[in-house]
Design a binder for this molecule. Structure first.
Ligand SMILES: *Cc1c(COP(=O)(O)O)cnc(C)c1O
Length: 430
């Protein structure tokens, strides 16, 4: 058996395999360059021009998602804040947010002086658990923010029913799920209002920061438009009247960023198809390894494959009793040494973040989230590049090699004392 790279053996994924052209993200082509020049030469840099790049992006994204309306905004966090503001939810009200997501899902409510109430996740989809959401509802609950985590749509039938039963605003945080579908409909068209990020790391990127808000409601859309522009109602070619109808800030997208996103949108379906092929071929191989659990996509959904999360089962790996977190640390070291870009992502449940300490939660109150964090590895970014197929196969080689050494790695992990990151975070008291 070949020696592990962490013990001085040969690295599986070489620098040549990981050629920047095959793994970089976003992929920049002449279409993006031409788009930027088009904006420079037009002199129309703001979002206020009729038929400017921003309006074109809004129309194209609304058509793509299948909603009547789309408003471009400055980033995905602002999009969440504006969606909640548009619905007029009063300060102090509660908003359900999954315990496992990027922190922005909870910061949107905080920016509106709303109280995020965290809800544990489903162990298979990694999205908010509808039954746990139901249990977290109080007379003060006004909205539920469902996150299609890692690119897999949440159980929207259950959340629609829950929102209707309790009169809640149903918000989709679709920052990770561009192009994913649920029962044939695209994410962004499934709730009352939905938010996307165009951050450079997302599946539909711009050259920096950006966001989109989609909705079928003309009134919610109008409110988002007002609130991204100082409360002003801009009306196409008409002169700006500088009358602020309500107190609001400035959360708009620029024309250069819109032009970049439009060029990316032209290739989104093609990239999405390539990603699905490449990722499926990779998961088919690593899914055959004992104890390695690949993401499950329910039959009524398609996955956008934003982040790849692989859970493992120490018992099926032949190391019953070893702490999953200790095993994860060992696998992480071994895979990194082989050149695999495993990366930690959200190492504590959101309610366990030092920033949320005053809400008084214990990370352990969210046991499924804790379990998933401890017994899974994540891969980010390389697979977003449509040409990453061959390097993903090399990564599968590396997993197979590491799995060939589970006896040594498992024994080493068994000798480690492991402290979950949320305990360290609590201790550090930053
Ligand atoms: C990235 C992300 C956001 C925030 O988007 P930004 O554009 O970075 O502000 C919100 N929610 C989720 C789930 C995200 O992944």
């Amino acid at each position: 058996m070949t020696k592990l790279a962490m013990f001085g053996g040969t690295r599986t994924v070489t620098a040549q395999d990981a050629d920047p052209a095959l793994i970089c993200w976003p992929v920049v082509t002449d279409a993006e360059r031409a788009g930027a020049l088009r904006v420079f030469d037009s002199g129309q840099f703001t979002s206020n021009n009729t038929d400017g790049e921003v309006q074109l992006l809004e129309r194209e994204w609304a058509r793509y998602v299948g909603t009547a309306h789309c408003a471009a905004v400055s980033n995905g966090t602002a999009a969440i804040e504006l969606a909640l503001a548009a619905a007029g939810i009063e300060p102090g009200a509660e908003v359900l947010v999954p315990a496992f997501t990027f922190i922005a899902s909870a910061i949107g409510p905080v920016q509106r002086s709303l109280r995020p109430v965290f809800v544990d996740i489903d162990p298979v989809t990694f999205c908010m658990d509808p039954a746990a959401a139901e249990a977290a509802i109080t007379p003060r609950t006004r909205a539920v923010i469902v996150v299609h985590l890692h690119g897999l749509p949440a159980d929207m039938t259950a959340f629609r029913a829950l929102a209707d039963r309790h009169g809640l605003l149903l918000v989709e945080d679709a920052a990770q799920s561009h192009a994913a579908t649920y029962q044939g409909a695209r994410t962004g068209s499934l709730g009352d209002i939905a938010t996307f990020s165009l951050n450079v790391v997302k599946n539909l990127p711009t050259c920096g920061e950006g966001g989109l808000v989609t909705t079928g409601s003309a009134e919610l859309h109008r409110q988002v438009e007002l609130r991204r522009q100082f409360g002003e109602q801009l009306q196409g070619a008409k002169e700006r009247d500088y009358r602020s109808r309500l107190l609001a800030g400035n959360e708009k997208l620029s024309a250069v960023q819109a032009s970049f996103a439009r060029a990316q949108l032209d290739r989104l379906d093609e990239y999405h198809a390539a990603r699905t092929r490449n990722v499926t071929a990779f998961l088919d191989r690593v899914g055959a390894l004992p104890g390695l659990l690949t993401p499950h996509t329910p039959a009524d959904r398609t996955h956008a494959w934003h982040i790849l999360r692989l859970r493992f089962d120490v018992t099926a790996m032949g190391h019953a009793g070893v702490e999953p977190g200790a095993m994860r640390a060992m696998l992480h070291r071994a895979l990194r040494a082989e050149g695999v870009p495993v990366q930690p992502y959200q190492v504590v449940p959101l309610p366990g973040q030092p920033a949320f300490r005053e809400l008084g939660h214990q990370a352990e109150d969210f046991p499924v989230t804790c379990e998933v964090i401890e017994d899974s590895l994540t891969l980010q970014r390389w697979h977003l590049n449509p040409s990453s197929g061959p390097v993903l196969q090399r990564i599968a080689d590396a997993f197979e090699k590491v799995w060939g050494h589970l006896d040594v790695l498992g024994t080493a992990a068994a000798g480690q004392t492991h402290r979950p990151a949320w305990r360290t975070a609590q201790k550090a008291g930053v």
